[in-house]
Design a binder for this molecule. Structure first.
Ligand SMILES: Cc1cc2nc3c(=O)[nH]c(=O)nc-3n(C[C@H](O)[C@H](O)[C@H](O)COP(=O)(O)OP(=O)(O)OC[C@H]3O[C@@H](n4cnc5c(N)ncnc54)[C@H](O)[C@@H]3O)c2cc1C
Ligand code: FES
Ligand code: FES
Length: 1385
């Protein structure tokens, strides 16, 4: 019997291959067959890093261990024979001691919900292990050989939705040999700024601490070499998994009768399955890694041949190495530049297993928008392929142009020729008799993608190779042997722009030649119909060709030509430039050089110790176990016996009768246990899947589906994979007979009067008299429009629940929910059982952001229903696509405004017509107008009136997402301010200043929440930022920069916010156990926001009050435990930013009861002994039968029900006018946290919220098709910010504004308001675009106002580029006198 042998965390695993389904991936195995649940499923497509583990291989000949990170969700289990796997549990744990990575992540406050943390740990660990293997000088004790710049890149492919990345990067940097520890951010190891940062304070890093490859496996490998002639083995795996050792044997296998197309797959890294999520599983896999011809690396002075199965990471290594001895010149060679570009393909953990050949085959066969095909095409590569009958050597271009290869075609290797001066001298065919200098090679590659460091497929990529020489007579540069390759722009495969090449070859490069070449290129690079942003993609082709040729065009030698678009951004070669690069120096030398992703940032927090340990920046509770993978999320709870798995079947049509649902019969017969639908709701129950104060909503569509994404039924199967496959393959038939067309837009909703009512108590109050205000105005803007789209939560843990039937018709449901109490009620209603028959338990949630409030209910309810029907436990963990399609997200809306204002910028009146798209059910949508207007009122508009409609449409229900309504309201206010500023041709910040509230106007606009006048800190916060000399001088520097740089523009903006929060009732229960340890239960849920940490501090403070001298530190005695709806009732919602403080207050009240009960005893004991410890007191209290458990229900009084939060942010950005890319150079945030309950936690909330806001304003496109079905349904299409897209310098100040009578221990909320500050990035981008347009319009003599434009949200690269001019290069060239000369030489 053949076996699969490997190790996980040093433990041996041996599996009978006949029993392994060959399509099982490593993640699935780890999570279902081992105790190691550290690796998480975040996306299943290689795009998030939650599943990263370290894979190690051992070479018995060299005795070398190779360690590399992999995405375990894409790695097939059968491919890890004789490998060793290390998960985060393998680094350390609570019993044997944590690894310094775990401890440092915790100490740098770098784990919030913790769902991304195990994957982060493994990416960092992999970087450390590999850095420490290289032959750099020995670092100081406690450090690794990693450099700061490598440390920054270590987590480039890992997503985190909570922290904003800065603290994670600081953790990585803390290991780097060249780090300045004082540069690192707020942490638990030293006081920042106190000069006591030293490595001795950090958890010690021992470079030899972890053995990644166990001795027993080495021995087994060695003995397998001597005992078995492995090379004779062509296959193992019960006929399902083959690993041929030669091409000949491969073809023997392929020729077997049992093989047929569609059921067999050749694989190397299997990362292609992250791109093309196959609907069918394969019966047979052929692993190509064992074929020597496919792993060959052979090079000589003519070039390098790389086997098709060589990984991208190895290719990078090999190309860089080859360069070391091939080239002495400082001009980087073709190989090195290919390597630089490959570094931007996917992420490190994908590149480590992804093969060169796999990529090219996907490009050839599936039209994959490959980077590799494009750059290798430009480099003149040749591929060797083998078909059933022949071996062919083809130019890459020929290969790509062939019809898609059949499944028997094997890509054997790729040959990249050397391109050096000498290699070319024999090829010069086109130079004729011209007297030239010796020709040199010019090779550059480009990609424009939403993420600079990779992890995002390019809108377009390009690579250009040329031989360039100087024509002595004319002084012009001439190109020969030109290769211009473009790809990924919506084409079948990468192409050579032959016509443009022919046109350019032999011509002197002048502005007119360039212009004509560009015009030709426009006709060549044309995306297929239906490609998004097609015009933008062509404009990129132009931009890149311009970037390539511009430095060598003699007549373009003018100062303002900063061009830095090529991959790796090397300085323009001094030899082949027109001198303009010198003008780059001031910009390159400044603060924002691009050598580091992030610069050292400041975190300013002012502690207050009035209520110690409340106010201390303690570490987040449980951060270490989150890092070590021991924290238990719902999907980590071991499956109970007989557990089944469910997946939703959802509708893909917006409004239709459901005629039937058919399942793939072969699958049905194999693993499906049941289909659960509305028909299975028990008698007495009802079809309810969610509920809010505005009413219930159905769980399943009955006979009519009302939106695309609506649950129709659930498929229940024995494994998650089979349930998902069956659901994906289900065929639903629809009919639209006798139905009106669906309502898919707010305009249509208005036309058909489809609205949800907003209760009058929630309808915001108008202020003043709008008509009067307009008559007072000197200027008006009438009916201007702004549109805002949706945003997806992108919590790292998707919606999940586990339902376990219990005795006597009871049901226990573990739900990842922000409101277990409501979940409880809905489940009982659906099942028709009393509330005391249901128990909902929530320990922790892997990110919520509002999405696990109401939108988690259908999942928990569906699970409970299935478990009820089948009398077996059922769990559901939605795949990312289903989650994205069903869950809804932020409310899209359309706004029309009319505003009147004085010449000095003072606004006198504002009217807003607001159409909010609520989707199909109410959810909490009727609250959105209140929130939105609340945030909009941050300025004194004079008079304010509005007309708000909440539209019911046939799209998925929109729900609360962090800052629901507020983020839009605050943004709309900024859009209006900017519009007024543009109309007055003045600077927006002066308009902002002019319209900030006085305390009197604040009173009018925020009646009841305004607080005392001294609490109105916004003018000072905003004033401090916007009037600072640093801000003023930066404005001037930006002005200079913009006039010096034609192709990059900077903008800066300072934005204030006012955010009104409400407080709600919350329960708390405190129990003291006999050993003095304390258990606390609260209504609030730990979502990553640090609620437990603050509650723990509060309990310690409150109980510690028994000792007036503060002598008893009880912090470590307190444990906060999971929410259980039968143990603590009335838990309510964990939403609205105030649950932490409300829960703290409830706990304080409960503690006060205990203090009161204990005080008398303590006083008596103290009379007997001088000192009484907590433990003595408790044990005496037990002896005296004092009740040591107390509960409280905190109900805010009328006065403390709401208060205002203030903050301001300055952001500075740089826009690349050629690509539309925006880089956030710096953000400075100042946020009033009152007396923060925990400044480290609040700082994390501020930074995380801000970065989530950057996602909303700059990069997250939640796109639907014409039926309203979400098509941005995974990490490939939905781009949340990554470490390379956050501000390069990110400074945050938490303002401690002292005493606030109405607030809990004077603290203020931090969860949502800072998200609104991210509008500053958008506004700064608009400033930069203004500058670009002003220059362009004046150059072309346009009569239009360059300032009259709206910048869409999100301001993605295509959006920005369009505003800067999709044809800005042509326009620029056309205005050059020299460009109008003849293009002929
Ligand atoms: C998250 C993510 C991001 C990515 N980003 C980028 C990007 O920005 N730019 C880019 O260019 N690519 C990107 N890729 C694609 C990546 O480069 C490819 O998935 C990878 O190179 C495929 O290699 P593999 O060994 O995993 O192939 P596999 O998945 O094993 O195979 C892929 C396909 O090729 C076939 N195949 C593999 N090798 C051979 C061979 N030698 N002969 C014949 N057929 C073969 C297989 O049968 C299969 O059909 C990304 C991938 C992921 C998962
Ligand atoms: S789950 Fe594997 S990369 Fe996201
Ligand atoms: S802590 Fe990173 S996703 Fe929550």
């Amino acid at each position: 019997m053949e076996k699969l042998v490997f190790a996980v965390n040093g433990e041996r695993f041996e599996l009978e291959l006949s029993e392994v389904d060959p399509s099982t991936n490593l993640l699935e195995f780890l999570r279902t067959q081992t105790p190691y649940k550290g690796a998480k499923l975040g996306c299943g497509e290689g795009g998030c890093g939650a599943c990263v583990v370290l894979l190690s291989t051992y070479d018995p000949i060299t005795e070398q261990v190779t360690d590399f990170s992999v995405s375990s969700c894409l790695t097939l289990l059968c491919s890890i024979n004789f490998c060793s796997v290390t998960t985060t549990e393998g680094l350390g744990n609570i019993r044997n001691g944590f690894h310094p990575i775990h401890e440092r992540l915790s100490g740098f406050h770098a784990s919030q919900c913790g769902f991304c943390t195990p994957g982060m740990c493994m990416s960092i660990f992999s970087a450390l292990v590999n850095a420490d293997k290289n032959d750099r000088p020995e670092p100081l004790d406690g450090f690794s050989k990693l450099t700061v710049s490598e440390a920054e890149r270590a987590i480039a492919g890992n997503l985190c939705r909570c922290t904003g990345y800065r603290p994670i990067v600081d953790t990585c940097k803390s290991f780097a040999a060249d780090v300045d520890l004082e540069d690192l951010g707020l942490n638990a190891f030293w006081k920042k700024g106190n000069k006591d940062a030293n490595v001795g304070r950090l958890p010690y890093y021992n470079r030899d601490g972890i053995c990644t490859f166990p001795e027993f496996l080495r021995s087994e490998i060695k003995s397998s070499l001597t005992n078995l002639d492995v090379s004779e083995h062509t296959s193992f795996g019960g006929g399902c998994w083959y690993r041929p050792k030669s091409i000949e044997k491969l073809y023997k296998i392929l020729d077997l009768k049992t093989f047929s197309e569609g059921r067999v797959k050749m694989v190397v890294g299997n990362t292609g399955s992250g791109v093309y999520k196959e609907l069918d599983l394969y019966d047979k896999y052929i692993d190509l890694k064992g074929i020597p011809e496919l792993t060959i690396i052979r090079s000589d002075h003519k070039g390098i041949e790389i086997g098709a199965a060589v990984t991208i990471s190895r290719t990078i290594e090999v190309l860089r190495k080859k360069d070391d001895y091939m080239f002495i010149s400082d001009e980087r060679s073709v190989f090195n530049k290919i390597a630089d570009h490959l570094d931007k393909v996917a992420s490190q953990f994908v590149r480590n297993t992804a093969s060169l050949g796999g990529n090219l085959m996907m490009a050839q066969r599936n039209q994959f928008p490959s980077d590799i095909a494009t750059i290798l095409l430009a480099a003149g590569s040749i591929v060797c392929i083998q078909t059933s009958s022949e071996i062919l050597s083809l130019k890459l271009e020929e290969f790509l142009e062939r019809p898609p290869c059949d499944y028997k075609t094997l890509l054997v290797s790729v040959y990249i020729p050397s391109w050096s001066t000498s290699s070319f001298s024999g090829n010069i065919a086109t130079m004729g008799s011209r007297a030239t200098e010796k020709a040199d090679v010019l090779f550059k590659t480009y990609r424009a993608a939403p993420r600079p460091l990779g992890g995002a497929v390019a809108y377009l990529n390009a690579a250009f190779l040329a031989h360039i020489s100087l024509d002595k007579a004319s002084g012009y540069h001439v190109l020969d042997n030109l290769h211009l390759a473009f790809g990924a722009y919506g084409c079948e495969h990468a192409i050579r722009a032959r016509q443009v090449e022919t046109f350019l070859v032999g011509k002197p490069i002048t502005a007119s030649v360039l212009l004509e070449a560009i015009r030709l290129l426009r006709k060549t690079v044309v995306a297929k119909e239906g490609t998004p942003h097609a015009a933008y993609r062509s404009s990129l082709a132009v931009a890149f060709l311009f970037s390539f040729l511009h430095p060598i065009a003699k007549d373009l030698a003018e100062p303002r030509n900063a061009l830095q678009t090529e991959v790796s951004n090397p300085a323009v070669s001094a030899k082949y430039s027109n001198g303009s690069h010198k003008k780059l120096e001031p910009a390159k030398l400044d603060l924002y050089g691009d050598h580091h992703i992030l610069l050292s940032s400041n975190q300013v927090v002012e502690l207050s110790n009035n209520y110690y340990p409340v106010g201390e920046p303690t570490k987040k509770v449980g951060a270490e176990i989150q890092a070590s993978g021991e924290a238990v999320y719902v999907d980590d709870i071991p499956s109970p016996k007989d557990c089944l798995y469910g997946t939703f079947v959802y509708s893909t049509r917006p409004l239709a009768h459901i005629k039937g649902i058919k399942f793939d019969s072969s699958l049905v017969s194999r693993k499906i246990i049941a289909i659960v639908s509305v028909d299975d709701i028990p008698e007495g129950g009802s079809n309810v899947g969610a509920s809010s104060i505005f009413g219930p909503e159905p769980l399943f569509a009955e006979s009519l589906t009302e939106y695309a994404g609506q649950p129709l039924s659930i498929v229940v199967a024995e494994t998650q994979r089979f349930a998902s496959m069956a659901a994906k393959n289900a065929v639903v038939t629809y009919s639209t007979e006798n139905l009106e067309p669906p309502i898919l837009s707010v305009e249509e909703a208005v036309r058909r009067c489809s609205f949800f009512e907003v209760p009058s108590v929630l309808y915001p109050k108008q202020i003043g008299d709008f008509s009067k205000g307009m008559t007072e105005a000197d200027h008006t803007i009438l009916s201007a429009e702004v549109k805002l789209d949706s945003q997806y939560y992108f919590y790292m843990e998707t919606q999940t629940a586990l339902a376990v039937p219990d005795e006597d018709n009871c049901m226990v449901v573990y739900s990842s929910s922000q409101c277990p109490e409501i979940t409880h009620g809905v489940i009982a209603k659906c099942l028709g059982i009393p509330l005391h028959n249901v128990r909902v338990i929530t320990r922790r949630v892997g990110g919520g952001f509002g999405g696990k409030a109401i939108r988690s209910l259908p999942v928990a309810t569906a699970c409970a229903l299935a478990a009820y029907k089948l009398r077996r436990p059922v769990r559901m963990y939605l795949d990312r696509k289903t989650d994205m399609i069903m869950t809804g997200g932020r409310h899209p809306m359309k706004v029309s405004y009319s505003v009147g204002f004085k010449t000095d910028g003072k606004i006198t009146a504002l009217h807003i017509d607001l159409l909010i798209n609520a989707g199909i059910t109410k959810d909490v949508s009727p609250v959105i107008p209140h929130n939105l207007i609340g945030a909009l009122k941050k300025y004194n508009w004079g008079a304010l009136s509005f007309n708000v409609k909440v539209c019911k449409t046939n799209i998925s229900t929109k729900s609360a997402m962090r800052g629901p309504g507020e983020v839009q309201g605050s943004y709309i206010a900024e859009a209006i301010i900017e519009h007024v500023a543009s109309a007055l041709s003045t600077d927006a910040n002066s308009v902002r200043q002019k319209n900030l509230h006085t305390f009197e106007s604040l009173l009018l606009f925020y009646e009841g929440s305004e607080g005392e006048s001294y609490e109105y800190t916004l003018p000072s916060i905003f004033g401090k930022l916007a009037s600072s000399t640093s801000y003023q001088s930066r404005v001037e520097m930006i002005h200079c920069f913009n006039s010096d740089n034609r192709w990059k523009k900077r903008g800066i903006s300072c934005v204030p916010i006012i955010h009104n929060v409400m407080l709600f009732c919350k329960p708390g229960k405190v129990s003291v156990l006999n050993d003095g340890s304390v258990v606390v239960e609260v209504g609030g849920i730990e979502l990553g926001q640090g609620l437990w940490t603050k509650v723990k501090q509060m309990a310690a403070f409150s109980l510690g009050q028994l000792w007036a001298d503060g002598s008893q530190d009880l912090l470590e005695m307190v444990r906060v435990i999971q929410a259980d709806t039968l143990s603590l009732i009335q838990g309510g919602w964990t939403t609205g930013s105030t649950t932490s403080e409300s829960s703290c207050e409830a706990v304080r009240l409960a503690c006060n009861v205990l203090v009161e009960r204990l005080q008398y005893l303590k006083d008596r004991l103290q009379e007997q002994n001088d000192t009484v410890s907590w433990n003595t007191l408790v044990s005496q209290a037990y002896l005296q039968s004092i009740n040591l458990s107390a509960s409280a229900y905190w109900v805010p009084d009328h006065k403390s029900k709401s208060y205002l939060n203030y903050g301001a942010a300055i952001s500075e950005v740089e826009v690349d006018l050629l690509t539309g890319a925006t880089t956030i150079l710096r953000s400075d945030l100042s946020y009033d946290c009152g007396q923060s309950l925990n400044p480290a936690v609040d700082l994390g909330q501020v930074e995380g919220a801000f970065v989530q806001g950057i996602g909303f304003f700059m990069c997250e496109e939640y796109v639907t098709n014409s039926d309203g079905l979400v098509i941005s349904d995974g990490t490939w299409t939905y781009k949340i910010p990554t470490v390379d897209t956050i501000p390069k310098q990110f400074n945050v100040e938490l303002v401690n504004s002292g005493h606030h009578k109405k607030c809990i221990l004077s603290s203020k909320a931090s969860g949502e308001p800072p998200l609104l500050l991210a509008a500053s990035v958008h506004c700064a981008t608009r400033e930069a675009i203004r500058s670009a347009r002003t220059e362009l319009f004046s150059r072309i003599g346009s009569k239009e106002s360059p300032l009259a434009f709206q910048l869409e949200v999100p301001a993605t690269m295509p959006v920005v580029k369009e505003l800067c001019g999709l044809d800005n290069v042509e326009k620029y060239l056309e205005t050059l006198p020299s460009a109008n000369l003849s293009a002929s030489p």
